[in-house]
Ligand binder design. Structure first.
Ligand SMILES: Cc1cc2nc3c(=O)[nH]c(=O)nc-3n(C[C@H](O)[C@H](O)[C@H](O)COP(=O)(O)OP(=O)(O)OC[C@H]3O[C@@H](n4cnc5c(N)ncnc54)[C@H](O)[C@@H]3O)c2cc1C
Ligand code: SF4
Ligand code: SF4
Length: 436
């Protein structure tokens, strides 16, 4: 990066989405997470950039990583293209981070070493700490304000072109999978036009997102003082952890969550039918699912490895563990999802058994990579069952073939017309138009 650009980068700070996105048209499609493309000057790009219309993961994997995932290798089938799978933690966890702060620290290092001019990510809305607000960050110190998880959708990509227009040609983006799919689709066009010189993508896994309003409702069912909750996470030891402004902490076993009291549409169809839990098009994915209490890092390509190397000794890396058997929990989950997708009452555990199971699950349930495989299979099954009921005509366009392979061990095979005939799960050029 040139000295001039570096100076410009230092002098620019954060600019809010409302100011930067010139076309603020709200999304009009039913399957849309408002990633930001529909708010740009060319909203028609949604047709080719959207994970919910006609995604083509195999081609995108080849473009980004140089090859498709090897579906005969079990961890590539579940976690996508990678050459490194680690459990990891920052030796000095960052204040305000969701876990230890690897994600935002990677972006800080990219700015500090002037490998990028700016980072696109989200911060908390000034009036609501749980609402994500897209920001362009050029000062590494500002990334401290972006740490932590927010629930809801943020039109992150509406800032892409304003950031380029401001002269930030070397970008890093921290994003959830549906944003990354669209970003990778725009990358080619922006590079070809000479507007984007380089792009680094730090992905976080994502599941069960919902609107910020719904999340507030959920908090109000967990505590009498929802406004004092400062942190919430679904931990891999089968507990939800809540932290409060006064420093207090509360752990609630999953089985004791008031999920049955949530409205049926609490989780939007987009998130129930999302095919890319692990953010397979990022250069590096930083989550916690396979980390068994630590963070979980999937290095997908050379660029991802170079980013991780920037942390050097700041990060402690280990082999992830894998214990237990996932099959019975996934089978139970599929049965219940089938009932829910058919509008039938769920099979509920008797009240007397709940405390026993809540005690047992962290001890006998799948752990580490086995836990992550279980969650990927559950998400895959959920996608199939909900699309089958709500948008059957979209199935062959939206579901990549590897997702069916993830479900090989369960009674959930594709019915006629549900699976794409194209290689890898795309059927762009023939057949009926997608129901968009
Ligand atoms: C809705 C949601 C669901 C998730 N579900 C899972 C899961 O099931 N399994 C798993 O392993 N990980 C999940 N994650 C990721 C996880 O919460 C952590 O973000 C991740 O482990 C990184 O931790 P960290 O300490 O390195 O992050 P930090 O350094 O604290 O950085 C977190 C980054 O996430 C960004 N971010 C926060 N909220 C949003 C949002 N709503 N949209 C876009 N970006 C956001 C922040 O801007 C920041 O850049 C989820 C994240 C979100 C937002
Ligand atoms: S590309 Fe983004 S904005 Fe467009 S329909 Fe898809 S999620 Fe919505
Ligand atoms: S679950 Fe999927 S669709 Fe929903 S917000 Fe996360 S990445 Fe987007």
């Amino acid at each position: 990066m040139s000295e001039v650009l570096a100076a410009k980068a230092r002098s620019t700070r954060v600019f809010p989405a409302a100011q930067a996105s010139s076309v603020a048209t709200p999304p009009s499609r039913s399957l849309c997470t408002d990633c930001g493309v529909s708010r740009t000057a060319n909203p028609e790009r949604c047709a080719t950039a959207c994970q919910f219309i006609r995604p083509d993961y195999p081609t995108a994997e080849r473009r980004v990583h140089g090859r498709e995932r090897n579906t005969s290798q079990v961890d590539e089938l579940y976690f996508g293209v990678h050459h490194g799978l680690h459990s990891a933690r920052m030796r000095k966890p960052r204040r305000g981070a969701q876990w230890t702060g690897i994600t935002t620290r990677l972006a800080e290092r990219l700015l500090e070493t002037q490998q990028v001019d700016a980072v696109l990510t989200v911060a908390a809305d000034t009036n609501d700490r749980w609402r994500p607000r897209p920001v362009v960050v050029t000062d590494p110190a500002e990334l401290a304000n972006c740490r932590g998880m927010r629930m809801g959708y943020a039109p992150l990509l509406s800032l892409l072109e304003p950031a380029l227009d401001a002269g930030h040609q070397h970008l890093a983006v921290i994003a959830i999978p549906c944003q990354v799919y669209a970003l990778r689709a725009l990358e080619t066009e922006l590079k070809a036009a000479g507007r984007l010189a380089s792009l680094r993508v730090i992905g976080i896994p994502c599941s069960d997102n919902t609107s910020t309003e719904n999340f507030h409702l959920f908090l109000s069912q967990l505590t009498r003082h929802p406004e004092t909750v400062s942190y919430l996470e679904f931990r891999t030891d089968y507990h939800v952890e809540m932290r409060f402004d006064d420093g207090g902490q509360k752990l609630i076993p999953f089985l004791k969550l008031p999920l049955s009291e949530l409205p049926e549409d609490f989780f939007p169809t987009t998130c129930k039918t999302c095919v890319d839990y692990v953010n397979s098009l990022a250069d590096v994915t930083v989550g916690y699912m396979g980390g068994d209490g630590q963070q979980w890092v999937i290095v997908r390509n050379q660029q991802g490895q170079q980013m991780l190397d920037l942390l050097a000794d700041e990060v402690e890396i280990a082999e992830p563990i894998s214990r237990g058997k996932r099959r019975s929990s996934v089978t139970g989950f599929i049965e219940n999802t089938r009932l829910a997708a058919g509008g039938l009452p769920l099979r509920r555990m008797p009240d007397w058994l709940r405390p026993v199971m809540a005690w047992l699950m962290p001890r006998v349930g799948p752990r580490g990579l086995e836990f992550a495989r279980a969650r990927v299979e559950m998400k895959a099954a959920e996608c199939v069952l909900h699309l089958r009921r709500l948008h059957p005509r979209r199935m062959r366009h939206m579901i990549p073939n590897y997702l069916w392979r993830q479900l090989d061990d369960y009674d959930i095979a594709p019915a006629k017309g549900e699976q794409s005939e194209g290689p890898g799960g795309v059927d762009h050029l023939k057949g009926q138009p997608a129901d968009v």
